[in-house]
Design a protein around this ligand. Structure first.
Ligand code: FES
Ligand SMILES: [Fe+2]
Length: 438
């Protein structure tokens, strides 16, 4: 890392950051080129579907997407389809979305709904209870070879963390709790189950899912791709950590100025750049601290949450945890994002973005926002509620069109990565290899 980074800024802030933010865990994974073929080859994609997507924990929906018995949500990942259902006993279960009779889907891909008393196949009308046990076979006499107890729905491992419902297509998988590694400990101060879905977009992007996701795993691209507000925040002083097999993190200071800018702002200039009146600047305190006070008060009132005990860093910074294979969770308050990346064939990606806002102190949890679907050419600026992030997301999306074209056009066989700033990309591929190797 170059220049004063998050740890230095935390010391300067002098407030109590969660213990996890005081940790750093850089890992060097080697410097060899990474073949473009890993992204561009349809055969590589097929291997991932067979060996990796079928064996990893993925979040399917939020618990509040299935709040009542009979609520369901369909999660699709490439050719696989999973039906998440809340049972009469309030348990959430996951079943393969395919009828044991002749394979009909119970519910259409990418749908959700409520009020199911049982699961009835639309083809011949066989039905199952919400716990997956067989309920009825029309013309039962024609199936003397079927035993009720062996003809339940194909149930999958299903568990929850942080208000997310996770599924795994592998019945022999490790438990979610061990798969998550440090995540539960690192989010102890930012319980995502205490948040609600304020916004949810789902956009189709050009390019392989790994290429797209990797554009969100490093801040090295900020200088060239997001030059708009470069005097406010650094990029080359972002911290990158790899904690365990499935979890890595970046930690980028926002609102602390930019030590690498050719003309770094003074604290007073930074304060004015935030949009405040120069008269109210307090020379004895950093611009970031004064900005944090104002954000704490204004945002706290707006969202109905007392943010008095939230550190400057959790309030303002961009802190992103990646959970292999395809999810990112941000514990921050100003940047409360969740990402999910899913392949659409080998050359397109479905990118889910959730804004997870803390539930108001009143305890009233608003219902989750409906999904806004964006086509491949649609701009994030058409969706209200992103603030300044919409432009940033458009800049990232535009990159993927060119990067995908360039990856396919390359005669150089592989990409050459930075040892530190792009270490999370290598971590991703190392973990992926471990699944592909069986
Ligand atoms: S395919 Fe489902 S009842 Fe026939
Ligand atoms: Fe970006």
């Amino acid at each position: 890392m170059s220049g004063p980074g998050p740890q230095d800024i935390n010391v300067r802030d002098g407030d109590a950051v969660p213990a996890a933010l005081s940790q750093s865990s850089p890992v060097y994974f080697g410097s060899e080129d990474l073949p473009f073929e890993r992204y561009t080859s349809p055969a590589a994609h097929e291997c991932e579907v067979a060996q990796m997507w079928s064996r990893t924990w993925q979040w399917a929906c939020r618990e509040e997407h299935v709040p009542r018995p009979g609520d369901y949500y369909v999660y699709d990942i490439d050719r696989y389809s999973v039906l998440v259902v809340r049972g009469d006993d309030r348990e959430i279960r996951a079943f393969v979305n395919s009828c044991p009779h002749r394979g009909m889907q119970f519910c259409d891909s990418n749908t959700a709904g409520s009020g199911k008393q049982f699961l009835r196949c639309p083809f011949h009308g066989m039905s199952w209870h919400l716990d997956g046990s067989l309920r009825e076979v029309p013309c039962r006499w024609d199936f003397p070879h079927v035993e009720d107890r062996n003809f339940g729905l194909w149930e999958l491992p299903c568990d929850t963390w942080g208000g997310f419902v996770f599924i795994n297509l592998d019945r022999d998988c490790e438990p979610l709790a061990s798969y998550l590694g440090v995540l539960p400990e690192h989010f102890a101060d930012a319980p995502l189950e205490q948040r609600f879905v304020r916004m949810h977009t789902q956009k189709i992007l050009h390019g392989n899912w790994k290429m797209v996701m990797e554009g969100f795993l490093e801040a090295y691209h900020v200088l060239a791709t997001h030059p708009n507000r470069l005097q406010l925040s650094g990029w080359a002083n972002t911290q990158y950590d790899v904690f365990d097999r499935h979890v890595s993190r970046f930690y980028q200071n926002l609102s602390a100025g930019n030590p690498h800018h050719p003309r770094p702002l003074s604290e007073r200039e930074l304060f004015i750049e935030f949009g405040y009146d120069a008269e109210s600047f307090d020379e004895s305190r950093s611009a970031r601290a004064q900005h944090a006070d104002r954000v704490r008060a204004a945002m706290g009132a707006q969202i109905g949450v007392d943010l008095g005990g939230v550190s400057n860093s959790v309030l303002l910074d961009s802190i992103e945890y990646h959970l292999f294979p395809n999810a990112c969770f941000f514990p921050g308050i100003s940047i409360p994002l969740v990402y999910r990346f899913r392949p659409l064939g080998h050359d397109k990606t479905i990118h889910d973005i959730l804004m997870l806002q803390p539930v108001p102190d009143s305890g009233e949890r608003p219902p989750p926002a409906d999904v806004v679907k964006l086509g491949i050419d649609d701009s994030y600026t058409t969706v209200p509620g992103f603030g300044r992030l919409d432009i940033v997301l458009d800049q990232d999306s535009d990159n993927f069109v060119r990067q995908w074209a360039g990856m396919n056009a390359s005669l150089k066989p592989g990409q050459t990565l930075g040892d530190y700033q792009e270490s999370r990309i290598r971590h991703l591929h190392q973990t992926l290899d471990s699944y592909l190797a069986g």
